[in-house]
Design a protein around this ligand. Structure first.
Ligand SMILES: Nc1ncnc2c1ncn2[C@@H]1O[C@H](COP(=O)(O)OP(=O)(O)OP(=O)(O)O)[C@@H](O)[C@H]1O
Length: 284
């Protein structure tokens, strides 16, 4: 479905992509990982037909540069940095919907599931929304259409745990009809979303592994934590998660979390290892 053949890109003598060859099939969900400057965004921009480059890229046999409109019609894209658009939210939704022939109400419905009531902010400039609101809107625009390919650059970074759970559910609904490329610095942020990991370093692919997590996107895990002692910083770190202290015992914390979020959650808890006497995560 997507092919990169010997793709090379140079910015002012600096080789940023150095002979990337990849074959991506329908239904693959790729984590594109690598440190800052590895070349992830540049590779995505080549796929979107934004740059000239050496080598070739094709989507369903089409070159994204010479068929930009058709190719962009097939791709739902969530950028890493929201564009500084002054356009009001309502106009942005209508414009995006008209570009890909979708009903604006589909975008409204997804935004609502993510906890963003767009009816209330239709006249607000996009640029004036909070980081999380922008991200929710960009995700809604990308998912509110029948895109065969979803390309997302750090899509869940600005979402709270509740919105991330819904985001995972939305992706799960697209597992069988879309190919996904999710770029991130950290594999633990995206590992549960993907079945293939491609790591880039200095413009090259340094790892290409097929992996399948055994926690489904829609799984919910029951979490129980017993503390040795209570610290307010621990409570603050769990703010926003649905794991709360028992009413009569601040040492016992219980609740649920989205399966795909468990590594992120454990990363937070690991900062308080000295406080934790016992921790269990079990399938609900
Ligand atoms: N338009 C540009 N002009 C000049 N250099 C660029 C341009 N875009 C990217 N680069 C350079 O290309 C290299 C790769 O950048 P890229 O944004 O693709 O990396 P990345 O893996 O996405 O990094 P990050 O995780 O920080 O977003 C970097 O050294 C960057 O400075």
């Amino acid at each position: 479905m997507i092919q990169f053949k010997q793709v090379a890109k140079t910015f002012r003598k600096a080789r940023v992509l150095d002979g990337i060859t990849l074959d991506i099939a329908i239904g693959e969900r790729i984590a594109l990982i690598g440190s800052n400057g590895a070349g992830k965004t540049t590779l995505i921009r080549c796929l979107l037909g934004e740059y000239t480059f050496d080598g070739s890229v094709s989507i369903n046999g089409l070159d994204p540069r010479s068929n930009r409109t058709v190719v962009l019609g097939k791709i739902g894209f969530v950028p890493q940095l929201p564009p500084p658009l002054k356009m009001p939210v309502g106009q942005l939704i209508d414009f995006s919907a008209s570009l890909c022939g979708t009903d604006p109400q589909r975008i409204h419905a997804i935004a609502k599931r993510l906890g963003l009531n767009v009816e209330e902010i239709l006249s607000r400039q996009f640029v004036r929304l909070s980081g999380g609101m922008k991200q929710k809107l960009l995700i809604s625009i990308a998912l509110g259409r029948d895109a065969q390919v979803l390309v997302m650059d750090e899509p869940a970074a600005n979402l709270d745990p509740e919105a991330r759970k819904i985001f995972f559910d939305l992706l799960a609904e697209r597992l069988h009809d879309a190919t996904m490329i999710i770029s991130s610095h950290r594999l633990d942020e995206v590992s549960s979303l993907v079945n293939r990991v491609i790591e880039m370093d200095m413009g090259k692919v340094v790892l290409d592994d097929k992996v399948e997590d055994d926690v489904a996107l829609t799984d919910t895990l029951a979490c129980r934590i017993v503390l040795k002692r209570f610290e307010p910083a621990f409570a603050k770190a769990l703010d926003g998660w649905s794991i709360k202290a028992a009413a009569d015992n601040e040492l016992l914390w219980e609740g649920t979390l989205a399966g795909p979020d468990r590594l992120r959650f454990l990363g937070i808890i690991s900062r308080y290892t000295a406080l934790v006497a016992d921790l269990s995560l079990s399938e609900n």
